[in-house]
Write a new protein. Structure first.
Length: 316
């Protein structure tokens, strides 16, 4: 494994928001792990910043530094954590934001609480049909968006690019010597790509995809190639815990999340964090972690009103 990349340079724009870094690591007593000789830790990235918490800070901060105050255009679905974080950053740091939202039918409906928060933070919402959204990286599509909104810095869906992966390598460095396995929920792969790169030799990173499709492995490999010049760190994916796909939940998942909250006093975000924590309890029961192991669960965000607080059948 190549050495982990050096920390990114100081980020004068985002750093004005005074992020709480490194985020704390909290041990929890949970018999579902202890009975197998496994220690569970919570890496509380949800405490980094009240508006840009978790992996959204780690991925957005280097992208915003690169934008240097220029307008930022980015992409997401109706319940996108990334869109909310980008809109909040624009409000706090005083730059213009444009959110390209998947689903043109949403333009004619009342905004859900997640999109309403984006709009309240000053984000201009641009709704596109799903075919156009799938082609969002096409130069012709980007040229048309720039024609409508003016020159801007384009940040990909979920904020995942080489800058983001390098930013997330700091997460791995913060966990060096702390755990044998570091686990994170995955949407677009940027956090896992950086996390694995930042860990020390002998540590492993586990990604729990919250989407169906089996595409994430290729995405992580491509991001590591762009960010670090090749494979970096030891990581793997377990694709079994998406609960039907992005923004899909079940009563069983909500019951698990509520139980975890009751046990440990941690508000559990349903669309990402609950799926990852559920995966870890199942894997512990399958003896996927040897006795004596320590597993760190990265808490990448906190619950948002109306963004997955109830069982949902909505698709990504």
């Amino acid at each position: 494994m190549p050495d982990a990349p050096a920390p990114p340079p100081d980020l004068p724009g985002p750093s004005r928001l005074r992020p709480a870094l490194p985020s704390p690591v909290q041990p929890v007593e949970d018999e579902r792990f202890a009975r197998y000789g496994v220690t569970l830790l919570l890496k509380r990235d949800d405490l980094i910043h009240p508006d840009l918490s978790g992996n959204k800070w780690r991925k957005l901060a280097p992208n915003l530094a690169a934008a240097a105050g220029r307008p930022v255009l980015t992409f997401g679905g109706a319940y996108s954590n990334h869109l909310r974080a980008t809109a909040a950053a624009g409000r706090l740091l005083g730059f213009r934001t444009i959110g390209v939202v998947r689903g043109d039918e949403l333009a004619h409906r009342p905004l859900n609480p997640s999109l309403a928060r984006c709009a309240a933070d000053g984000m201009r919402l641009h709704f596109v049909d799903r075919r156009t959204y799938r082609a969002k990286a096409d130069p012709a599509v980007l040229a048309e968006l720039r024609n409508i909104h003016g020159e801007c810095e384009v940040v990909p869906e979920g904020g995942s690019n080489a800058l983001a992966a390098r930013g997330c390598a700091a997460l791995g460095r913060e966990l060096r010597g702390v755990a044998d396995v570091a686990a994170v929920a995955c949407g677009t792969g940027g956090t896992l790509a950086g996390l694995a790169a930042g860990l020390a030799p002998g540590q492993r990173a586990l990604g729990v995809p919250v989407l169906r499709g089996g595409f994430l492995g290729d995405a992580v490999r491509e991001l590591q190639q762009e960010a670090f010049g090749g494979p970096a760190g030891h990581w793997w994916l377990d694709e079994r815990f998406h609960f039907g796909g992005y923004a899909r939940t079940t009563p069983a998942l909500h019951a698990f999340a509520q139980d975890f909250e009751d046990r440990h006093g941690l508000p559990v975000e349903r669309l990402y964090v609950a799926k990852m924590l559920h995966a870890l309890t199942v894997l512990a029961g399958e003896s996927a972690f040897p006795a004596g192991s320590t597993v760190a669960a990265v808490i990448t965000g906190r619950p948002e009103p109306g963004a997955g607080g109830q069982p949902s059948a909505s698709s990504r």
